[in-house]
Design a protein around this ligand. Structure first.
Ligand code: GCU
Length: 127
């Protein structure tokens, strides 16, 4: 798998759809999570070496309600209910960052919605 950036539209999607109706995204679109608990996007990201790394998740949330997600790395929850607050509009994209422990080589990073609102719209993951 590549390091750097992986577009959400190229990741593994469970209960979500690739859409492109809100401008400002990177690549060819973004993932609109289904509005259900447990909907997720899972990325394969490569790390040259093991260690703590900054993970960036670019998102938009056009509501005024937080859309928290559990961030899991290689099966372990690194941030439970990580906040993805309202960004003001679906066309206003922001970066959420957190520190994640990666192993050398391929890493599986999942962002799973923890409320019935589902996740925010998700553009990409980058390490
Ligand atoms: C709207 C918006 C979608 C968004 C959805 C939601 O339908 O157009 O992009 O994903 O709301 O609330 O999840």
């Amino acid at each position: 798998p590549p390091g750097g950036r992986v577009e959400a539209e190229n990741a593994t999607i469970s209960q979500g759809a690739v859409e492109s109706d809100h401008a400002g995204f990177s690549g060819t679109g973004f993932v609109n999570y289904d509005n259900v608990t447990g909907s997720y996007v899972e990325f394969q990201l490569n790390a040259a070496q093991a260690g703590d790394t900054t993970l960036t998740l670019r998102f938009a949330n056009g509501t005024t309600t937080d859309r928290p997600m559990d961030i899991t790395v290689n099966g372990a929850v690194v941030s439970a209910g990580h906040s993805f607050p309202g960004t003001g509009a679906w066309t206003t994209w922001q970066s959420a960052t957190l520190t994640v422990p990666l192993k050398a080589g391929a890493n599986t990073i999942r962002a799973a919605a923890t409320t019935a609102n589902g996740g925010p719209n998700l553009d990409y993951a980058e390490v």
